[in-house]
Design a protein around this ligand. Structure first.
Ligand SMILES: [Cu+2]
Length: 302
């Protein structure tokens, strides 16, 4: 009998143990919980979306919309303070694990769209600051989960969805469809706001899902290797929006799939990174089929 010895490698998969969710919006000094401005949290409220092409990417995993969500008025040009927490909003809550490095991004879309179609425009992004070696997630942790997001001053008044997103990159050196236990983690939740004042602009919109690819340099990124810059994924920030990105372009040595032909966002991708096109061309990825609701068993909350 021929016995083949298969070397069993015990891989230490980094199990994400401290996720996050958008718990409150503070507008003009009033702090609103879920049901007011924020859509009701799903049952597993702090679980990430892992598939960039999933409908869950629009407003979060197992989105629970409620007709009773109160849309909160916001004066154009003023700040909405979004507040993220890990499990609850107690002062001792750890907001999000320190292992989770990555950007914060906010989009808006006219509410009548329900978030469907080419409707989402980016109003805010904060990625990585090489001068301080600080990610937006570091700032969130330092600031008790709070981040101020300015509503563009020239926006047309009306009802909008406000989509908050934190992308955790601790497992993002892999692509989720190639390694189901890894990949970038998208923490997404939607609010409902009514913009007052403002101007007449409704910026060009993009579809979500649709704005990200697995091969985007900001989605497939290795935080565990030395890097000097980070490109925030998605479209450029709209007129009147806020970009705290110092990012110019990718890692010093991008993984093969970072050398993709991902669409370049005009303001952030003046590429000077070494790009190995030959390898990228020959690489064919198989798309894993997935259902809308997936077992998040590998992402236990602590
Ligand atoms: Cu996590």
């Amino acid at each position: 009998m021929k016995i083949s010895f298969v070397s069993v490698v015990t891989t230490l998969v980094t199990v994400a143990q401290a996720h996050t969710y958008l718990s409150h919006l503070t507008i003009a000094g009033t702090r609103h919980p879920e049901g007011e401005c924020l859509e009701p949290y799903p049952k597993l409220r702090n679980r990430p979306v892992l598939f960039v092409d999933s409908p869950d990417l629009t407003c979060g995993l197992n989105r629970t919309k409620s007709a009773s969500v109160k849309s909160c008025p916001v004066q154009a040009g003023t700040d909405v303070i979004a507040e993220w927490h890990h499990n609850n909003d107690s002062p001792s809550d750890d907001v999000i694990s320190a292992s989770h490095k990555g950007p914060c991004i906010f989009y808006m879309a006219p509410a009548a769209s329900e978030g469907k179609g080419d409707v989402w425009f980016k109003i805010f992004e904060d990625g990585y600051d090489p001068s301080t070696k600080t990610w937006c997630i570091n700032k969130l942790r330092d600031n008790k989960g709070k981040i101020a997001v300015k509503i563009p001053p020239s926006l047309k008044p009306g009802d909008y969805l406000l989509r908050g997103e934190v992308i955790a990159l601790h497992n993002a050196d892999a692509i989720h469809t190639e390694n189901p236990k890894r990949g970038a983690q998208f923490y997404v939740h939607c609010g409902h706001i009514t913009v007052t004042g403002g101007g007449s602009e409704v910026p060009k919109g993009y579809a979500i899902p649709g704005v990200y690819k697995y091969t985007d340099p900001g989605v497939h990124f290795n935080v565990h290797k030395p890097f000097s810059e980070y490109v925030i994924p998605g479209p450029p920030v709209c007129a009147g929006g806020t970009s705290n990105s110092k990012g110019t372009t990718g890692q010093t040595k991008p993984p093969k799939s970072q050398a993709s032909s991902a669409p370049k966002s005009a303001s952030y991708a003046t590429s000077s990174a070494p790009v190995k096109t030959s390898e990228a061309k020959t690489k064919t990825r198989t798309k894993t089929k997935h259902s809308k609701t997936r077992s998040p068993s590998s992402y236990q909350t602590v």
